[in-house]
Design a protein around this ligand. Structure first.
Ligand code: ATP
Ligand code: MG
Length: 585
């Protein structure tokens, strides 16, 4: 159904070029570097690993790196950090490129792959061996962990661990190291038998600096270079040197790389290459979702969602299918800003940004989710009147359309009550309401199935003097309801989404428990008997609407038994505005 690989989604329309993102503290660093002469230009990069689809956390990184480049009239590369053959794939490369473009960012012809740098990286590894700062080690993974002290390290504190101890192979001669490393590349040793390590300091307080591995043996075809290599560079070695190769001035990344920065600098210094500078910023966390490819992949693999682009996923493709606009995502990024400490952003803010954007852009239409027949008794059978309806009160250029008014109409089941509760201003016997764009009607009665007690139709008369919904001065009408002609409509399926997780922080679980236990069992509600104005039949996938009084919806590329499917992007009720009012924002 929604497995994107089976049925490719239509190409998303590119967004207009993105505006810059106000990232003050990064801007100050960069400005200082230009002033001091450390750099004479600004060049950043977005370095995704093609092992999953982009999520909204990546959108933050993208807005920061492209934003800083454009603030300083510099450039930004798209570089695939593809040095791990196990999980990488071309389909991810394609999905990533599509999503970055859709968000409104343009890397022009600057598309690079770390896998194109293997020979260059190998040469630099040789240079480090010759300088005596890299060696071939024969310790197994497990032994290495013990020697480094990783085995005893507290996972939250890896900068204050008792000193590790040197590997017995640490003092091999340069010649022996050169010979062994060449033979590693030639495939003479089995996977796991040897590694190339940087010779730094096994007592360093920062575990990252305790002779990190630079290369490992791994016999596995790579999606781009095939079987050309059986040794693969590690991220910490590859990343700074790839940055340097591209002349990247500011290597902007999320905060978890902060403890790797001394190593980043060490490799650049030892390799004597372009002095790229790493600057970290806070990772984006959004409430009621998870933002890590690993967890998202697990949701996909365990079929908790229909795919990476399930409209409940925080992926860019999921948000797009949910009805998000690139502008709303960029607006969100500029509102949250870029800080130096991690925090959790309320998902209500993201929804608020979407509502604000769709309020300006989305055409209004009428659709009824749970239809109940309304019979206008004084309207002649067969008479159809075409009434004018405003497409978007926020945008006069959106014009008007015709909606058919007929004797039989559909209204929401909730908009009628046999016995009205207090302050109920919609239909009940004897009461009058305005039918949006049409007439004021007065309820004269209703039909009930005697067996089930279910209301099967509501009856009313219409006041012909009130065309367009204008009430005469002597008539008080408090309620306005929406409707669809029961003689001219399109049946549709509405998918109503709720949060994927029922708690604010799904990853906060006691040990032995999984975040999956926090999944919201009611995150998808399928409404099959909905109806809409006939104009909705021709809505293209991706077209967004406000279903009046119901919510914002987007046409999905799925059909449900011939019926068009509409996903609810967001409801009309703005919880963020309330939070803001209370001073909680
Ligand atoms: P994940 O944790 O989802 O697996 P990752 O960091 O491994 O993500 P990469 O493909 O390596 O994924 O990420 C590319 C860039 O996006 C990195 O520079 C990383 O710092 C940044 N990034 C990833 N997640 C976030 C986030 N939640 N907030 C801000 N930046 C992020
Ligand atoms: Mg990563």
């Amino acid at each position: 159904m929604s497995d994107a690989s089976a049925a490719p989604a239509p190409a998303p329309a590119p967004a207009p070029a993105a505006e810059t993102n106000p990232s003050d503290f990064i801007r100050d660093f960069v400005a200082e570097d230009l002033q001091s002469g450390r750099f004479s230009y600004v060049h950043t990069r977005f370095p995704p690993e093609p092992n999953g689809w982009l999520h909204i956390g990546h959108a933050k990184a993208i807005s920061v790196v492209f934003g800083v480049a454009s603030q300083f009239k510099g450039k930004c590369n798209l570089r695939f950090d593809d040095t791990n053959p196990e999980k990488e794939d071309l389909s991810y490369v394609e999905a990533i490129k599509r999503d970055v473009k859709w968000l409104g960012y343009d890397w022009e012809d600057r598309e690079y792959y770390a896998s194109d740098y293997y020979e260059y990286l190998y040469e630099l590894a040789l240079k480090l061996i010759r300088k005596g700062v890299a060696y071939v080690d024969d310790l197994s993974d497990e032994e290495m962990r013990v020697y480094r002290g990783t085995a005893v390290a507290d996972k939250h504190n890896i900068t204050d661990t008792p000193p590790g101890k040197n590997s017995p192979w640490r003092d091999r001669s340069v010649e022996e190291n050169l010979d062994l490393f060449a033979r590693m590349r030639a495939g003479e040793f089995p996977d796991g038998a040897r590694t190339l390590r940087a010779k730094i300091d096994m007592a360093h307080p920062n575990l990252v600096m305790r002779d990190p591995v630079m290369y490992r043996l791994r016999r596995m075809p790579h999606y781009r270079v095939g079987d050309a290599w059986c040794i693969y560079p590690m991220y910490d070695f590859q990343h700074p040197l790839s940055d340097a190769k591209e002349g990247i001035t500011h290597s902007l990344c999320s905060l978890e790389y902060e403890i790797h920065r001394p190593l980043y600098d060490w490799f650049i210094q030892q390799a004597e290459v372009f002095p790229s500078r790493q600057i970290e910023f806070a990772r984006l966390n959004v409430s009621r979702t998870v933002l890590s490819k690993r967890w998202l992949l697990q949701l996909v693999n365990e079929k908790r969602v229909s795919g990476w682009d399930d409209p409940r996923m925080p992926t860019i493709s999921g948000l797009r299918r949910r009805g998000y606009t690139p502008e709303s995502i960029r607006d969100f990024m500029s509102r949250i800003g870029v800080a130096k400490t991690d925090s959790m952003v309320d998902v209500a803010l993201l929804e608020h940004c979407l509502r604000e954007d769709l309020n300006k852009k989305a055409d209004r239409v009428m659709a009824v989710l749970k239809p109940l027949k309304l019979i206008v008794e004084n309207w002649p059978e067969g008479r159809v009147e075409e009434l004018d309806a405003v497409n978007n009160p926020e945008d006069p250029s959106a014009g008007t359309r015709k909606v058919a008014f007929t004797r039989e109409l559909w209204i929401e089941r909730d908009d009628f009550q046999e016995i009205p509760p207090p302050k109920y201003f919609r239909l009940f016997p004897g009461n009058s309401v305005r039918l949006r764009y049409a007439y004021i009607v007065t309820c004269t009665g209703f039909d009930k199935d005697p067996a089930t007690g279910e209301i099967t139709a509501v009856r009313c008369t219409c006041d012909p003097e009130t065309k367009g919904g204008n009430a005469p001065d002597n008539k008080k009408v408090k309620g306005t309801i929406h409707w669809v002609s029961a003689e001219s409509f399109v049946p549709l399926q509405a998918r109503l989404y709720d949060y994927l997780f029922s708690v604010e922080r799904p990853m906060d679980v006691e040990s032995g428990h999984s975040f999956m236990e926090n999944l919201n069992p009611d995150s998808l509600q399928i409404v099959d008997g909905a109806v809409g104005e006939s104009s909705l039949a021709s809505a293209a996938p991706g077209a967004r609407f406000q279903f009046e009084r119901v919510g914002y919806f987007v046409r999905d590329s799925d059909d449900a038994g011939g019926k068009p499917v509409f996903n609810r992007a967001v409801s009309l009720r703005d919880t963020w505005a309330k939070i803001e009012k209370k001073g909680g924002a």
